[in-house]
Design a protein around this ligand. Structure first.
Ligand code: ADP
Ligand code: MG
Length: 238
């Protein structure tokens, strides 16, 4: 059984169909990257999986359970946004523990989880600062730390590195790859950057105009692109 299974999924905003029938399986511990041009529906698909948008038709199954109608908070998925979305008035520690505080998790347990995540992400010396006192890269680490403490079944990343400069992006890519190994987690990662996709993913899903053009391991897509769009999007000579 796939950990996440998406069946014939569609999404319309008014009369505009944005997701046009998507079928997809994500296995436990996959690093699955959605790659495609701007406006093709990647964020919308991620938001449907997270339960931040309602589905128009089709099904989403998590561990075989139908979660199509389940509220976001019940899905045990954690989303990391491009904009970090940190609370400016709270310390880094408070930002990281907020979701667990709301869920009334024991204070001692929260403290342990936050300390562990801060250690993994090298944020320990910064825990008492406010977000404004951190660099872009450090803020993005806090956003990731906030997801880690929730120990989600699947991490959902929406272009998390696109606000960082090239050098930092490279470093964060390596950190994400290490995190994926250390946490033994499943990750679904949206980007329009093919280098990012090819270095991080064991499964790449090429998206275009609300549907999947091709999916598979990076090597396979390079070896056998199914059409011109895939070939040109991967930067291959025509
Ligand atoms: P991507 O993340 O691949 O850049 P999006 O999923 O953000 O693409 O958007 C796909 C399409 O859906 C775009 O044409 C966008 O304008 C449209 N769209 C996204 N969210 C909404 C919304 N809440 N209402 C109306 N249209 C939307
Ligand atoms: Mg997007």
């Amino acid at each position: 059984m796939a950990q996440l299974e998406i069946k014939s999924l569609t999404k319309s905003f008014g009369d505009t169909r944005v997701i046009k029938g998507v079928d997809l399986r994500v296995e436990d511990r996959d690093f699955c990257v959605f790659l495609g041009p701007s406006g093709c529906g990647k964020s919308t698909l991620l938001r449907l999986i997270a339960g931040l948008e309602s589905v128009t038709s089709g099904q989403i199954l998590l561990d075989g359970q139908d979660i199509t109608e389940a509220p976001s908070a019940k899905r045990n998925l954690a989303m990391v946004f491009q904009s970090y979305a940190l609370y400016p008035h709270m310390s880094i520690r408070q930002n990281m523990s907020f979701a667990l505080d709301l869920a009334k998790v024991d204070k001692k347990v929260i403290n342990e989880k936050v300390t562990r995540a801060a250690r993994i992400l090298e944020l320990e010396p910064l825990l008492d600062r406010k977000p404004a006192a951190l660099s872009g890269g450090q803020r993005q680490r806090v956003a990731i730390g906030r997801a880690i403490v929730r120990e989600p079944r699947i991490f959902l990343f929406d272009e998390p590195l696109s606000n960082l400069d090239a050098a930092l992006r490279m470093q964060m890519r390596l950190e994400l790859a290490r995190l994926h190994q250390d946490l033994k987690a499943t990750m679904i990662y949206v980007t329009h950057d093919q280098v990012e996709a090819m270095t991080l993913a064991n499964k790449v899903v090429i998206f275009n105009g609300g549907h999947i053009e091709q999916s598979g391991p990076p090597q396979e897509l390079y070896r056998r692109p199914v059409n011109k769009f895939v070939a040109s999007f991967l930067g291959m000579p025509q």
